[in-house]
Design a protein. Structure first.
Length: 173
């Protein structure tokens, strides 16, 4: 993945040690963790250790920063999807609740999709979510539901669909 990925309002980059406190604050916010299984209970020091060891990078998890304020506002993932065919990647993003309704989730998703197809040469991209807002974003950008797993829906975008919608997606980025 080519980092940083820059959109109109955001940058997606690797984690820095300075991000540990912001990461801890998000991970301990019940609203933020509502669709992620709850609060983790890790300390700021534990997040610093994870960042220092490069564990986020190894699991393809990246920081999302707001460009103007340079504030850490969430994190995202783009990496191989082991549950699907070769050439498949998966993505997700989490934006802090106080930054919702600004279009940031859409910007991150479009940035990840563009990078997945244009840089990583993905055959397909998958997103699995039970978050109703994420579901709406995925549908709006042209992803299709391929299956349901409990209350989660699995969305896919193929390379052909990406090429059909690439100009539209560029407007959202």
């Amino acid at each position: 993945m080519n980092l940083p990925i820059t959109t109109k309002n955001l940058s997606i980059r690797e984690f820095f040690a300075d991000d540990a406190e912001s990461m801890w604050a998000l991970e301990n916010d019940p609203e933020f963790k509502r669709y992620l299984g709850g609060i983790t209970g890790k300390s700021v020091e534990e997040y610093k250790a994870v960042i220092r060891k490069g564990q986020f990078r190894m699991t393809s998890i990246y920081a999302v920063m707001e460009n103007v304020s340079r504030q850490f506002i969430g994190y995202c993932h783009l990496g191989p999807c082991v549950e699907e065919d070769e050439g498949a990647f998966e993505f997700w993003c989490m934006i802090a609740p106080n930054h919702h309704r600004k279009g940031f989730g859409t910007e991150v998703i479009v940035g990840l999709i563009s990078n997945g197809f244009d840089v990583l040469e993905a055959v397909s991209l998958y997103a699995k979510t039970k978050n109703p807002i994420a579901k709406k974003i995925n549908q709006r950008i042209g992803m299709e539901v391929v299956r349901e797993i409990g209350d989660e829906e699995v969305f896919v975008m193929t390379r052909d669909k990406y090429l059909e919608t690439k100009d539209y997606l560029a407007l959202l980025k």
